[in-house]
Design a binder for this molecule. Structure first.
Ligand code: ZN
Length: 49
């Protein structure tokens, strides 16, 4: 089994993962707060590109 962790805070995902799509990549986070954080970071990266 692969142990997955939150893409934003490295907290171990335990069944309640939330999927976030960033620029065609899907990552999993532990909560909506982390999802929002990644979306903001992704938006910044898109703006800079
Ligand atoms: Zn998290």
């Amino acid at each position: 089994m692969t142990e997955q962790t939150c893409a934003a805070c490295d907290y171990p995902l335990d069944g309640g993962a939330i999927e976030v799509t960033l620029g065609g990549r899907t990552v999993e986070v532990c909560c909506e707060e982390c999802a929002a954080r990644l979306r903001e970071a992704g938006a910044d990266a898109d703006a800079a590109a």
